[in-house]
Design a protein around this ligand. Structure first.
Ligand SMILES: Nc1ncnc2c1ncn2[C@@H]1O[C@H](COP(=O)(O)OP(=O)(O)OP(=O)(O)O)[C@@H](O)[C@H]1O
Ligand SMILES: [Mg+2]
Length: 253
């Protein structure tokens, strides 16, 4: 897929260290147009660091990042809404920064809010008046509102309950198809990776190296529950995923 489609983002031989301690070296990644790549690996292996470097939030110590897109947006594990703004103004925040007019901002915020399953009534609420799941929906709507070409997700649905997590995954899949954005999607959850992504990269918890990368059969949104289950089940005996399944068995998901 990556070969035929235009490259949107590339990390070339990127390496990083925090406080003198190397997290990973020689990390390569190419994100194709419309491609969703899941990044999985045990806690502390460097997934967030890679995402921050890819999104330009952190400057890598080594290597380079090439970006062939206009706009990106990030969805973090926590919603990070501004508490003094209503849901509407939070969702429209990026548009305000971009200098778009009030009427347009309101219309876009409302459309994206409905896309993510918020009600019109919710738009006048402040973050404190929204449930955790509604806040995360608003965070996704805020990201979609700027019409990004590339989206970065850092374990965005870990803190929401299982049913809602599925709904939010479906929403991301639908949005990616509709808006044709590319995405880097960090997750601990292999079933989530299988649902949302075209391709999976697995990092080692030992040295942050890529243990494996593989295309996931079928298309995001077209894999039914049985298929997702079978793919993850098929991986459970694969040494590539040993560190991830071990972490799960220790109760870390
Ligand atoms: N800003 C920072 N300053 C110092 N050390 C950091 C910083 N951010 C991350 N680290 C360290 O870098 C390593 C990788 O962290 P990172 O957050 O990238 O891992 P992760 O794979 O996202 O983990 P998790 O799955 O728990 O979110 C860890 O040892 C962490 O302590
Ligand atoms: Mg992280």
């Amino acid at each position: 897929m990556t070969e035929q489609k235009a490259m949107k983002l590339a990390l070339d031989k990127v390496g990083h260290a925090w406080l003198g301690r190397t997290v990973f070296e020689d990390f390569d990644l190419v994100l194709g147009e419309g491609e969703v790549v899941a990044l999985a690996g045990p806690s502390g292996c460097g997934k967030t660091t890679i995402l921050q470097i890819a999104a330009g939030l952190v400057e890598p110590l080594r290597g380079r990042v090439r970006r062939h897109y206009r706009r990106h947006a990030v969805v973090f594990q926590e919603p990070r809404l501004l508490p003094w703004l209503t849901a509407r103004d939070n969702i429209a925040y990026g548009l305000k920064v971009a200098g778009r007019g009030r009427a347009e901002r309101g219309a876009v915020a409302e459309a994206r809010a409905l896309d993510v399953g918020l009600d019109r009534d919710d738009l006048d609420k402040y973050p404190v008046e929204l449930s955790g799941g509604m806040r995360q929906r608003a965070a996704v709507a805020r990201a979609l509102a700027v019409e990004p070409d590339v989206m970065f997700f850092d374990e965005p649905f870990t803190a929401v309950d299982v049913g809602l997590r599925r709904a939010l995954q479906d929403l991301v899949i639908a949005a990616a198809r509709r808006a044709r954005f590319s995405a880097l999607f960090v997750t601990h959850d292999l079933a989530e990776a299988v649902r949302v992504a075209h391709r999976l990269i697995v990092l080692s918890g030992v040295d942050g190296r890529i243990v494996d990368q593989r295309a996931i059969a079928g298309e995001p949104g077209r894999r039914d529950n049985r298929t997702v289950f079978d793919i993850v089940e098929g991986w459970s005996a694969d040494p590539v995923f040993a560190e991830l399944f071990d972490a799960d068995r220790r109760g870390r998901a």
